[in-house]
Design a protein around this ligand. Structure first.
Ligand code: C2E
Ligand code: MG
Ligand code: MG
Length: 557
């Protein structure tokens, strides 16, 4: 429709209409001229007072009338084309400033509306709160339920937000799943904004229907206020002023809400900005650290407590960051999970660990920790098996440690994945046991080979009765299910003696040593005469075939 209107008003048409207008104007002038002499004669003839006008004059008069009618018709056509053109322009303008899905203003048109709103609020002695509301886990909703449901969630959320915003507020959709709400309020009552944010969170969380239930759709909200704009930082966004600054501050507060567990609300505070900057530095450091090989495996001894013999090592990741020094996994693993690089990070570490462990005596096992995020990858089992084959490492020497949180979602898929790994000979242990919510049913259903009691119970075993009870209960549970137990966090002889009293365990902890680098581990094993026999193919002279050879065929089989 707008195209048709625009075509009607094309320049060539307008030029020909100017000619038409000229002809019509000439016709009117001629009409006045001819009519002036013809009409009195016609009236006189009508009254019977004289002869009528001559035929030529009448014909000219009629021709003039026809030309005037033609001009008038063309004028009507032209005005209607112009009005259609204006309508089309108005529609295009509306489309340009509105989000087509929700009907909310879009980011581009928000600035002008915000400036007007803030100016009007100031005149009334009010302040404008900028609330940034972001749907939690929206990507997952899209991935799991498809884009049609994703769109429906967005539309429903927008409707619910709009329904509870006070009058004069402006809602806008500023990102895929991000809404900004500008709300004028009395600065003496900021608690009204707290209440509004709580209302928004509650409204969005109620069920959407058809396969998407409430708990899946939650909202994180951050807010800034127009009387306290974000202080522009020297090294950051110099031109970030006015509404952009308010949106940025609200965004920082919203991220703070996400980091603190989602589904909650925070006002912006300057300290959040520093935390965010550190986090951004960590994130970019992790990305470049993966490429630069800054993540390295450390190894912690695992010992058979009854014999005191070394059974193997648990690989624990460390980050040798040029900026932050040696960083522990508690800092970078959750971040790597969040920014979607955990698989790459972990695969690099595992490949390195497999290569390191090949230098150890083949009776020693290698345990690696696997993130719940990796277990969601349907190709994880194939990837791990391919790594084993590439490293010529026997699957039976590898143990993967998964945490109870891996079992919360999609238990069926995790069970299938674990079963296929177990079929290949890989052992599976349940790490940090006692800190999650695994049920007995889950334990017996899953192909688990070992339970690792969380170090928080073991470390204080000797001093805390409750911990002793927990460790004893887990031990008898393991016995009942036929699952061996590993105790982590053994720091003292006292704890070791207590554990020995409960049954037969594998164990690890600072009593046996802190996690060490690959080089230190190899040196330790050399001293203990626990290095692999030299590889006959690598040795210049034929040597005794090592047991490793059989293992290799197991890996590729
Ligand atoms: P985890 O798997 O439970 O590892 C044991 C943690 O306890 C290690 O901390 C270890 O250094 C520490 N620890 C061991 N013995 C003692 C002790 O006697 N006393 C005390 N106080 N602590 C002890 P670390 O290395 O900081 O690792 C923390 C967690 O990070 C690990 O807990 C594991 O869940 C995770 N992690 C480590 N490396 C990786 C990895 O490559 N991938 C994944 N997904 N997670 C990893
Ligand atoms: Mg572990
Ligand atoms: Mg653990």
């Amino acid at each position: 429709m707008p195209e048709v209107a625009q075509r009607d008003a094309a320049p060539s048409t307008i030029a020909s209409d100017t000619v038409t207008l000229g002809i019509a104007a000439a016709a009117i002038i001629l009409f006045v001229g001819t009519g002036g002499s013809a009409l009195p004669k016609m009236i006189a003839a009508f009254r019977g007072e004289g002869l009528g006008p001559d035929n030529m004059l009448v014909s000219a008069l009629l021709l003039n009338v026809a030309l005037i009618l033609f001009g008038w018709r063309r004028y009507r056509q032209l005005t209607s084309a112009v009005s259609i053109h204006r309508q089309a322009e108005a529609i295009a303008l509306k489309l340009a400033e509105r989000d087509p899905l929700t009907g909310f203003l879009n980011r581009r048109s928000l600035d002008e509306a915000a400036c007007e709103l803030i100016a009007a609020a100031q005149q009334r002695g009010e302040v404008v709160a900028v609330l940034m509301a972001d749907l939690d886990s929206f990507k997952q909703i899209n991935d799991l339920h498809g884009h049609v449901v994703g769109d429906r969630v967005l539309i429903q959320s927008a409707q619910r937000i709009a329904a509870i915003l006070p009058p004069r507020s402006i809602p806008a959709r500023v990102g895929g799943d991000e809404f900004a709400c500008l709300v004028p309020f009395d600065p003496r009552h900021p608690e009204r904004i707290d209440d509004l944010a709580a209302g928004l969170i509650a409204a969005v969380a109620s069920p959407v229907g058809e396969g998407v239930c409430g708990p899946d759709v939650t909202l994180s909200v951050g807010a800034s206020r127009s009387d306290q704009p974000r202080r522009a930082n020297d090294d950051d966004d110099q031109d970030d002023t006015g509404i952009a600054s308010l949106l940025h501050a609200a965004d920082i507060a919203m991220y703070h809400a996400k980091r603190n567990g989602r589904n909650r609300f925070y006002w912006f505070e300057p300290s959040m900005e520093n935390a965010l900057r550190v986090r951004r530095d960590l994130e970019s450091g992790i990305r470049s650290g993966i490429t630069n090989g800054e993540f390295v495996p450390y190894y912690e001894q695992q010992v058979d407590l009854s014999t005191g013999e070394l059974a193997g090592f648990e690989m624990l990741a460390r980050w040798n960051s040029p900026k932050f020094g040696v960083v522990g996994p508690q800092i970078f693993i959750p971040l790597a999970e969040e920014i979607g690089v955990i698989d790459k990070l972990s695969e690099g570490l595992i490949a390195q660990a497999l290569s390191d462990a090949k230098a150890w005596n083949p009776k020693l096992t290698l345990s690696v920790n696997i993130s719940p995020v990796q277990l969601r990858d349907p190709w994880f089992a194939q990837k791990l098996l391919r790594m084993l084959v590439e490293a010529n490492f026997p699957p039976r020497r590898l143990e993967i440690e998964i945490t109870e949180s891996s079992l919360h979602e999609n238990l069926g898929a995790v069970r299938t994945l674990l079963a296929s790994l177990k079929n290949q000979g890989i052992r599976i242990s349940l790490d940090d046991f006692g800190t999650g919510y695994s049920s007995l049913g889950q334990l017996s259903e899953l192909p688990i080979d070992c339970i690792k009691i969380d170090r928080s119970f073991v470390m204080k075993l000797a001093e805390n009765k409750d911990n002793a009870t927990i460790v004893r209960t887990i031990t008898s549970l393991g016995l009942e299910l036929g699952l061996p137990i590993t105790a982590e966090g053994i720091e003292s002889e006292e704890v070791l003696a207590a554990l020995r009293g409960y049954g037969s365990f594998k164990g690890q902890g600072y009593l046996y040593g802190q996690p060490e680098t690959a080089k230190e581990t190899t040196e330790r094993l050399g001293e203990m005469d626990l290095l692999a026999a030299p590889n006959p193919q690598a040795a210049p002279q034929p040597a005794e075939p090592g047991t490793d050879h059989d293992d290799r065929s197991a890996a590729s089989g």
